[in-house]
Design a protein around this ligand. Structure first.
Ligand code: C2O
Ligand code: CU
Length: 464
């Protein structure tokens, strides 16, 4: 109930404020820069990280649905960066993809982002330049778009799950950055999990308290298998978008970049979020202290829907197939090298098909999409606005992938599938997704296992 009332109060305060004052509110400033964080337990030193404003996670951004977000990126790093607003059906020019939608922002320079947020839900922001290094060092934060009328719950908790590759003295293992072995296998898997940048934090709760838990996988490459102990929960959203409430029974699989929203009632004595896939490592605890109400709430938990079509008529859809090739033991012997980056830098593109060995040794490329390693000069497909697109994603290899489409949410064509922005493709798996191409621009489509992306698994499509 608290949340509903707080929201109403906040709404009243906003209503009392003249519109013009809101429009002139100064943009927030986000400064990616070095900082220190206590990632490891107390017996180890703090870790030098890169974070927005020096923190990991960066500041939480919370805005009402439909509002405008204004943020100025001030680059305090010694390498170029951008900010991508992951999952937002955003104006293309604000998507933050280096070389595709904007120039990378050089050290000491700034870039102004301003965009409206059409959908309520759990989104996030992170760099889109050398993402594999910048995210591994701690650059990410949450972007929460609030419903005007959320269901009743007592508290809203953002849980950003990361895993770091740390050395014995808790410094970030820098030597393995760029390791082609990682790039061609599962990506950079960490050895130390954190929640919200802390080692196994505790979030005290009350018996029968109702929580909204927003779970994020912000790992570079790890697929997380999660279990929630001591709570009775329902899954109410996938990748930000509301879905029909479904009881949580067993584990949740969260691929890199995916999110799940839960409405969870504290019904047990020992509450914790466990990494079931890692020998039941306790990611964070929810010690039960006090009592919120004598019995758990029974109010409905469904989130109000965002504006997305109920069903997709795929009869006249544009159809395309995207086949993943390469990686270790993938059987790929050669691929064409994508010319987009070279063209962007004003260089002559490398022509023709190259053996995998040359691609790897000279270009750090070990993966291909439809036989092209790295961003192709021409789009994967080009479609007129308003058409439905069906993409068949084919993984013939031995590694999982987390395929992410920019600017659009999609759903699997199997009935009842939720809207998502990132989908897990297991080894030897094929999935078919469909979406309305309703957002004009040039959009990236890539694996969100960031080493795979850097190693060649990125393409783009165009909506005109
Ligand atoms: Cu979360 Cu293209 O990224
Ligand atoms: Cu991948």
């Amino acid at each position: 109930m608290l949340t509903r009332r707080d929201t109403l109060l906040a709404g009243a305060a906003l209503a009392a404020m003249p519109r013009a004052a809101l429009a002139k509110a100064p943009p927030r400033i986000l400064t990616p820069k070095p900082g220190m964080a206590r990632l490891a337990p107390e017996d180890r030193p703090e870790t030098a990280i890169w974070g927005y404003d020096g923190f990991v996670p960066g500041p939480e951004i919370r805005v009402p649905q439909g509002e405008k977000v204004r943020a100025t990126l001030e680059n305090g790093l010694d390498q170029p960066t951008t900010i991508h607003w992951h999952g937002i059906r955003i104006d293309n020019a604000m998507d933050g993809v280096a070389a595709l939608t904007q120039d990378p922002v050089k050290p000491g320079e700034t870039f102004d982002y301003a965009f409206t947020v059409p959908d309520a839900g759990s989104y996030w922001y992170h760099p889109h330049n050398r993402t594999w290094e910048q995210m591994a060092r701690g650059l990410y934060g949450s972007l929460i778009v609030e419903e005007a009328e959320p269901p009743a719950y007592d508290r809203d908790l953002v849980i950003m799950l990361d895993d770091w590759r740390l050395t014995e003295d808790a410094t970030i293992d820098e030597e393995s950055f760029g390791s082609l072995r990682d790039w061609s296998h599962a990506g950079r898997l960490g050895n130390w999990p954190t929640v919200n940048g802390a080692p196994q934090p505790d979030y005290p709760v009350k018996r029968n308290e109702r929580l909204r838990l927003r779970l994020y996988n912000v790992c570079n490459a790890s697929v997380l298998v999660l279990r929630l102990d001591g709570m009775t929960a329902q899954i109410v959203a996938h990748d930000g978008m509301p879905s029909a409430p479904a009881p949580l029974d067993g584990t949740i699989i969260l691929a890199p970049a995916q999110r799940i929203d839960l409405i969870a009632d504290v019904t047990g004595d020992e509450s914790a979020l466990m990494l079931a896939g890692r020998e039941n490592f306790r990611a964070c605890g929810f010690p039960v202290k006090g009592i919120a109400r004598p019995k758990p709430l029974t109010d409905p938990v469904a989130l109000p829907p965002n504006v997305l079509p109920e069903s997709l008529d795929t009869k006249d859809a544009l159809r395309a197939t995207l086949t993943v090739g390469g990686g270790a033991m993938g059987g790929m012997t050669e691929a064409r090298i994508g010319g987009f980056g070279a063209a962007y830098r004003g260089e002559d593109p490398v022509e023709g098909v190259l053996p995998l060995r040359t691609l790897a040794m000279e270009h750090d490329l070990v993966w291909a999409l439809n036989g092209v390693a790295g961003m192709p000069t021409d789009p994967f497909f080009s479609v007129e606005r308003g058409h439905i697109v069906v993409v068949k994603l084919v993984n013939e290899g031995r590694w999982p992938h987390a395929m992410h489409f920019h600017g659009h949410h999609f759903r699997e064509t199997t009935p009842g599938s939720p809207w998502r922005d990132t989908i897990l493709l297991d080894p030897r798996e094929t999935k078919e997704v469909a979406f309305p191409a309703d957002n004009p621009g040039r959009w990236m489509l890539h694996c969100h296992m960031l080493e795979h992306q850097a190693g060649g698994m990125g393409t783009w499509f165009e909506v005109f």
